[in-house]
Structure formats: structure tokens, C-alpha cells
Design a binder for this molecule. Structure first.
Ligand code: F6P
Length: 475
């Protein structure tokens, strides 16, 4: 499945399918990565000749690169995939990843700037931009070296917006796709960026034969930005496409019925208490996920509708993310503070209103999915949000979904979800009440339809569709 017309396939992304921790004795421990991009691309599957090119993200990864024979990581550690990690200078990577990708591009596409002093495009920004260019060049050069004549190269996400054009210049024979896993900002917001930077980002992606997005909304925004910044018309040669990554039903159903998940369900039931309704959310602790407003909405539900006290528990898993950045560390603290405050104010000896866990544990996430009566997914903006798709697939009794209209998943799930404006805390509290009081038959019906829409394009098909579309000049 990894080749089109027998040609070689390469995938490029910042984060790869595996990361390494180094023990005190120098031993290396491989851990499978998470997140939408990694889940989707893992469909490349083992035992193919596709090569996944990614960046070394820490000291453990760098040690693994030094140890790798012929540049490829041991298949036993990558789940069978052929993975080449690039050892890009740590300072360059930090400026490109933390400085530009996560502090600027992520903020632009998710429209996260909040104070009158942000953003700051000064000399420091220009210095980091040079690192972002160097980081993209390192990928383009590695891909140019690795690719066989006529290979298909699928470049992923906002970290690598410049790489398609750079690679095109080095290797005009390649077929190049770019895929954005984030939303794309509308022109009014995208044009916060300095004009030359905005133009470089768009031209970088337009270096691909095909630029693809998770929803039509983000593809339209990209086209609008091209018109606003570069002038009318997407240059001939680049096509736009949409592939709405879905949940992997077979994997999730099998995985969520293993013993480790059952164990965690028992422990969670203990924490929740008998006979209570369960509102579940699972996120990376990420500003765009809007966790604090979600907690405040739950608080308002308890305040305005005291009949829910003692009868509901909010299971909130908020897994730390991008902790090198102060703004993320502060947000993580705020999530914990608000959860504690709710528990201190409303909790009783036999009832903890918010069960918050911050240690990443996939089996426990699946346990929470199975127990969910209501799933709360209220991002400010989100490329897709796979959690919204996964919970209805896994929940034992079928769940109601409270869903932000700003999540990419809204396009496919909006009809059967209870839809919220993510900024509206009162509206979200009301939506939680509606979700908790849905008649059981209606809830089950909706959940079934949500699960079916959520799995319409499983990861393996999502990946194959991109490859085929790259060949098919009409799509
Ligand atoms: O595009 C978004 C994305 O790449 C997701 O697929 C993933 O969940 C997240 O960002 C991972 O971010 P990071 O690699 O910075 O942890």
C-alpha cells in the first residue's frame, strides 16, 4: 500500500511515530507517539517500503540517531515502520519548533493572540525565522537525498510550510503533497504576519503539486489567503484538496477491550462513585482546546442547576504539552487551579465533582471513553479533533457529544452533536445540561450516527486517498 504506480513513498513530519528516553545507564527506551498527525500517519503500516522522515526532538532521540544503522531506526522500536530521524542542531530546532511553529504559526492558525501586546514581530522573531528556514531546508535536503526518481513525498503540517518549494527546486521530478493538520487562518488574521513572511509561507506550500486540508473550511481559508497576499488565482500546478481524517474503529474497539483498559475502568468507577453521570474530556493541555472555559461551564452547570450536584462527575484528562513554552506551563497551572477550586467549593465527602488526571495514559483515556455519558469537546479552533470522533465509537452506552462549532469535526458531526460557541460559557453550561438529559433512545441513536460519520474515512484510507489524489491530476 505504500507505493503508487510502484513509485517510492516518503512522508515528512516534525514528530515521528516514536520518541526515545535515555536511562541513566545510557540505555534507550522507545515510546510510541500520540496526536492526530501520528495516529493518522501510523496507517502507513509496518512492512512497507515507505520511509518516514522526522526530526530528533530531544537528547534520547539524538542518541538513537547516532546509534541507527544506515540512518534507519530499528524496526522493532518503530512498530515496523522505516523511520529516518534528522539530527537537526538543537538550537535551530528549538527556534523553529518553539519559536516559530508553536508560538507564531500555531497562534495565527488557531487565532489565539489575546493581549494588545501580541504578536511581536521584531529582530528576535527574524532570528527565529532564519532557524525555521534552516530547519525546513534540512528536511528538503534529506528528502531530496532519500527520494528515488519520481517518488511521492507527503509533507506534513505547519512546521514544514517552506519545505515543498525548497524540495521542488532540488528535485523537480518528485510528486509533492503538503497536508495541514491545523485550521487555516482567515486572511484578516493571517495578515497579522509580516507581508514577506506571509508570502513565503503560502509560496512554500504552493511549491507542492497538491495542498490538502482536513476540512473544506480550512482549504477555502488557504485559497482566500493566497488571493489576499499573492494576488488572484492559485498558480497553475498546485491543486487543493480535502481529506477529513476519521477514527480507526477496528483499532479502537479492539484496544479498548483489553485487560489494562478494564483495570482502569474499575479504578475510575471507584473515583466517580455509583450511579453518577460522567462528562468526559481528553486533551493535550493546549490553549486552543479551551479546557478552562470547559471547566467554568461545568462550574456554572453546578451553580445554576443544583440538582446535578452529587449526580455528575467531570472526568477531565489534560495531558501536558509543549512545556518548554511559558504560556503552556501557565495554562497547565490554570487548568489545575480551576479544577481544584471547583472541587473545593462544591465537593462533598463522598463526591469529587472534577476528576482531573494529567499523566498521559492511553489505556486510561480509553477507559474514560467507555464510561462517557457526555463527551465535551469545545476547542476555540481545531483542525479536526479526533477525540470528538473517538468517544462515540468507544463509549459503552453511546454518548451525547457537546461540540464546538469551531472544530473541524463539526463539518461531519455537527448534525448529531449539541453544538456550542466555544467562547460562550453559559451556552456551554446549557449544552451540558441538554446532553445530560437527552432521552436514552435519542442519545443512543445520535451516538450511533456520530460513530458512523466519525469512521467514514479511517486513517489507512485517508493516507491512501492522498497518495491517489497526488497521481490523479483531476482531484
Ligand atoms: O497539527 C496538529 C498536530 O500536529 C496534531 O496532529 C498533534 O496532535 C499536535 O499538533 C502535536 O503537537 P506537538 O508535536 O507539538 O506535540
Amino acid at each position: 500500500m505504500a507505493s503508487t504506480h510502484g513509485a517510492q513513498v516518503l512522508v515528512a513530519s516534525n514528530r515521528g511515530p516514536v520518541s526515545y528516553q535515555q536511562g541513566e545507564d545510557g540505555s534507550l527506551h522507545a515510546k510510541r507517539g500520540g496526536g492526530g498527525l501520528v495516529s493518522g500517519l501510523s496507517a502507513i503500516g509496518p512492512d512497507t517500503d515507505a520511509v518516514w522522515v522526522c526530526a530528533a526532538l530531544g537528547d534520547g532521540d539524538r542518541a538513537a540517531v547516532r546509534r541507527a544503522e544506515g540512518g534507519l531506526l530499528p524496526a522493532g522500536e518503530t512498530g515496523g515502520q522505516r523511520v529516518r530521524m534528522l539530527d537537526i542542531d538543537a538550537a535551530v530546532h528549538a527556534d523553529a519548533y518553539n519559536g516559530i511553529a508553536n508560538s507564531v504559526l500555531w497562534f495565527v492558525h488557531h487565532m489565539l493572540y489575546q493581549t494588545p501586546l501580541e504578536p511581536v514581530f521584531d529582530a528576535e522573531f527574524r532570528r527565529q525565522w532564519a532557524a525555521y528556514e534552516a530547519y525546513n531546508r534540512a528536511f528538503a535536503e534529506a528528502l531530496a537525498q532519500e527520494a528515488a526518481e519520481g517518488a511521492a513525498v507527503l509533507i506534513q503540517d505547519y512546521h514544514l510550510a517552506l519545505a515543498p518549494r525548497m524540495l521542488r527546486r532540488l528535485r523537480p521530478d518528485l510528486r509533492i503533497g503538503h497536508f495541514s493538520h491545523t485550521p487555516w487562518a482567515p486572511p484578516e488574521y493571517f495578515r497579522l504576519l509580516p507581508d514577506d513572511i506571509a508570502a513565503e509561507l503560502l509560496s512554500g506550500i504552493l511549491g507542492a503539486d497538491r495542498a490538502a486540508f482536513l476540512t473544506q473550511r480550512w482549504a477555502d481559508a488557504f485559497r482566500d489567503c493566497c488571493h489576499a497576499v499573492l494576488g488572484p488565482g492559485i498558480p497553475a500546478g498546485t491543486r487543493l484538496g480535502v481529506h477529513g481524517l476519521g477514527a480507526d474503529a477496528d483499532f479502537l474497539r479492539e484496544r479498548s477491550h483489553r485487560a489494562d483498559v478494564a483495570e482502569r475502568m474499575a479504578a475510575l468507577r471507584e473515583e466517580i462513585g455509583e450511579g453518577r453521570k460522567v462528562v468526559v474530556r481528553v486533551d493535550r493541555t493546549e490553549l486552543s482546546k479551551n479546557i478552562v472555559r470547559g471547566l467554568l461551564a461545568y462550574r456554572q452547570l453546578l451553580e445554576d442547576r443544583p440538582e446535578w450536584r452529587e449526580r455528575v462527575v467531570h472526568v477531565a484528562f489534560a495531558y501536558p504539552s509543549r512545556q518548554d513554552l511559558a504560556v503552556y506551563r501557565k495554562y497547565t497551572e490554570e487548568v489545575q487551579r480551576v479544577a481544584e477550586e471547583i472541587n473545593a467549593h462544591y465537593g462533598t465527602p463522598g463526591w469529587t465533582p472534577v476528576v482531573l488526571h494529567v499523566k498521559d495514559d492511553f489505556a486510561r483515556s480509553l477507559a474514560a471513553y467507555r464510561l462517557a455519558d457526555v463527551a465535551l469537546v469545545n476547542p476555540i479552533r481545531d483542525g479536526m479533533n479526533l477525540v470528538a470522533k473517538e468517544i462515540p465509537v468507544v463509549s459503552d452506552e453511546g454518548c451525547a457529544l457537546v461540540l464546538s462549532r469551531e472544530a473541524g469535526a463539526y463539518e461531519e458531526l455537527g448534525e448529531d452533536a449539541i453544538v456550542v460557541n466555544p467562547y460562550d460559557i453559559t451556552g456551554t453550561a446549557d449544552a451540558l445540561h441538554t446532553a445530560l438529559t437527552l432521552p436514552p433512545a435519542e442519545r443512543a441513536e445520535r451516538s450511533k450516527r456520530l460513530a458512523s460519520a466519525a469512521t467514514a474515512l479511517p486513517p489507512a484510507q485517508w493516507f491512501l486517498d492522498q497518495l491517489h489524489a497526488l497521481d490523479d491530476r483531476t482531484s
